[in-house]
Design a protein around this ligand. Structure first.
Ligand SMILES: *Cc1c(COP(=O)(O)O)cnc(C)c1O
Length: 368
């Protein structure tokens, strides 16, 4: 890394969260590492969560599954989303488990020599995204998969309102339970809980949980989790600007008096979106306002006291939580995490030490 703008991923704390949540739920654990592990780096996160006792990894697509395989991950991998039935052979060859989510998909994989393909049946209990809604159709799907000699390893559904509406979760769970009991098949994996449900919803049916965002400490239900992610940059230039001058594109901010303005090398191309104008970042004990428009690569902030060039600036982390940042930006922590672009170097902390840096385009993954 040459530019001092980085996302710190503390793998020790991810492990700590996974162990803790596994202790709470007492079930098998599927770590959801889609979207490059919510932007944290899929292979690095995979190693940490597997060390912490995760039993399976889930991703959103065959591309993501193959990225993990190409990086040497040999854990069980489940694809939660849609797949192309024509890719059946690739999934079998690479021991990747698919979601079976529609009759059309099952008919097409059946014509594609799917013998031995591992699948988890997806039940739609209210999300209306993918999956079987009708239990008779689900039964036909199971029979068709068994006829085609697929290995029907699991069954799952996904809750839509675990953070807002417990009665919706109850209704969805009741539909899921009814479907599983109706099929009366010895599934090895039965799972419905996302992060929130893993912590606050108890059931007597599922034997596995799917953890995503809670591994990163984001949970409305458990405020004791560690926060392993932080986004930092450093001041690149610090100057005094006299009263009456404007800052940045569109001249949207005018200095009221003599002001100390620092320029930081982060912008919307890093995922620090333009809506951050007017928000605060943390520098040397104070919260400093983002003044003027956020540029593609740079941003200006107003300081109360002068700091040297190279002073660390926290975008989110110990002093500004990702949850509060999300709230101020009218979004959710997931989106903020996923928006941190590939240009931002990820710095991994493991065993209490900074272990490696990762920036794909720089092709650099070195031990310090
Ligand atoms: C993303 C996802 C999860 C994980 O959700 P979190 O809220 O991050 O725990 C679980 N299951 C499915 C199907 C998902 O798409």
């Amino acid at each position: 890394m040459y530019r001092r703008t980085w996302c710190e991923v503390n793998l020790d704390e991810i492990e700590e969260n996974v162990r803790k949540i596994k202790g709470i739920c007492g079930k098998k654990l599927i770590a959801v590492l889609k979207a490059d592990a919510y932007g944290c780096g899929d292979i690095q996160t995979a190693q940490a969560v597997l060390d912490a006792g995760a039993d399976m990894i889930a991703v959103s697509s065959l591309d993501e599954a193959m990225m993990l395989r190409n990086e040497g991950c040999d854990a069980e991998i489940l694809i939660l989303g849609a797949t192309d039935p024509d890719d059946c052979a690739t999934m079998i060859e690479n021991n990747i488990t698919a979601a079976a989510y529609s009759m059309d998909w099952i008919e097409k994989v059946s014509r594609n020599f799917c013998r031995g393909l591992k699948v988890h049946l997806k039940v739609d209990t209210g999300m209306n995204r993918i999956g079987f809604k009708d239990k008779d159709e689900l039964k036909k799907a199971l029979e068709a998969l068994l006829n085609a000699e697929c290995d029907v390893e699991g069954i799952f559904t996904h809750f839509c309102c675990t953070d807002t509406d417990p009665s919706m979760t109850d209704r969805q769970f009741a539909r899921f339970k009814e479907a599983v009991e109706y099929l009366n098949y010895p599934f090895a994996w039965i799972h419905c809980d996302n992060s929130d449900a893993t912590i606050m919803f108890k059931d007597d049916l599922s034997n596995a949980c799917r953890l995503g965002v809670s591994m990163y400490g984001v949970s409305p239900y458990d405020k004791t989790l560690a926060h392993p992610l932080s986004l930092y940059t450093e001041t690149a230039m610090v100057k005094h600007v006299p009263a009456g001058e404007t800052i940045g594109y569109g001249a949207t901010y005018t200095t009221k008096g003599d002001e100390i303005i620092a320029t930081i090398p982060i912008g919307y191309a890093d995922g620090f979106i333009r809506a951050n104008q007017g928000r605060k970042v943390y520098v040397d004990g104070e919260l400093c306002e983002v003044v003027g428009r956020v540029c593609m690569d740079q941003t200006m902030i107003r300081l109360d006291h002068e700091v040297p060039v190279g002073t660390k600036v926290e975008i989110f982390g110990q002093h500004i939580s990702i949850e509060s940042m999300a709230e101020e930006l009218h979004t959710i922590p997931y989106e903020i995490m996923c928006l941190i672009s590939g240009r931002v170097t990820r710095v991994y902390v493991r065993n209490g030490e900074q272990q490696s840096e990762m920036n794909e385009r720089l092709q650099k993954s070195e031990s310090e």
